[in-house]
Design a protein around this ligand. Structure first.
Ligand code: ADP
Ligand code: MG
Length: 256
């Protein structure tokens, strides 16, 4: 991957659910090594945008580039064709998602959860995957929980297992959808620490978050989404320090 080519770039994305126009021409770019935070009120389209990035959702118009290459699912008019199965797989394995509700498989141990996609989807070697899985579990601070069931873990531990699972895919970027929203405040901090460590390592990430302090601390770029359009975007200093839009000002004062 070339240094200056964004891992994922989306231009002029339009997405509707039936009559409801959820995204109305949105651009988002995740340059390699950057952290992009996505903020906005509930219902503004943040999750939808994240899900469009890794093709969990189709969209009606716009362009999606992965590692500089157009994905056929994007585009408009006659250029608009579904992504091939290969492209979908390439994008899904390279943009690993971490969800608000962890979404661990209850019938698999923590270690099996982390190993599942690398083995089944990526068809990697079992010994290599197990070594990496154990290393990532240790990295997020739950190396001793490898043989536990998800139900035996706290919410913070489950979310850290979900992060280890995303990392074990060796993705080009990580997508987080409100990773700390389901956690009690004291458990939130252990997950925030892991995310901060990943940012410091130079991982490419797009993070939907309600945690303005974390967004201010780790982001290279912050996007404020309002009713399906980007109302304001810029550096964390600019957005949090000197917000221009009145809607952003209101949003920030309500988020304190
Ligand atoms: P956010 O993550 O910012 O809270 P979402 O992207 O989840 O917002 O939702 C944006 C809008 O799209 C909301 O009005 C929501 O009700 C609607 N929406 C989300 N998913 C669906 C769906 N699968 N079908 C219909 N409407 C949906
Ligand atoms: Mg959401």
């Amino acid at each position: 991957m070339t240094a200056n080519v964004p891992v994922i770039a989306i231009h002029n994305l339009h997405k509707s659910y039936g009559e409801l126009e959820v995204l109305r021409g949105v651009d988002i770019t995740a340059p390699k090594g950057h952290v992009v935070s996505l903020i906005g009120s509930s219902g503004s389209g943040k999750s939808t945008l994240l899900r469009c990035c890794n093709l969990l959702e189709d969209s009606q118009e716009g362009e999606i580039l992965f590692d500089g290459n157009p994905v056929l699912w994007a585009g408009s008019g006659p250029d608009r064709r579904p992504a091939s199965a290969t492209q979908v797989r390439q994008i899904r394995t390279n943009l690993s998602m971490v969800f608000q509700q962890f979404n661990l498989w209850a019938h698999l141990t923590v270690l099996q959860n982390v190993m599942e996609a690398p083995l089944v989807v990526q068809k990697r070697d079992r010994a290599e995957v197990e070594a990496k899985a154990r290393a990532y579990l240790a990295k997020v601070g739950i190396g001793d929980k490898a043989d536990a069931w998800p139900s035996q873990l706290s919410g913070g531990q489950q979310q850290r297992a979900a992060i280890a699972r995303a990392l074990c895919m060796e993705p080009q970027a990580l997508l987080f959808d409100e990773p700390t929203s389901a956690l009690d405040p004291e458990l939130e901090q252990e997950v925030i620490k892991v995310i901060k460590d990943l940012a410091a390592e130079g991982r490419t990430m797009i993070i939907v978050t309600h945690d303005m302090r974390m967004a201010a601390d780790i982001s290279d770029h912050v996007i404020f989404l309002h009713q399906g359009v980007i109302e304001e975007e810029g550096t964390p200093q600019a957005l949090f320090g000197a917000p221009k839009s009145q809607r952003l000002q209101q949003f920030l004062s309500a988020s304190q």
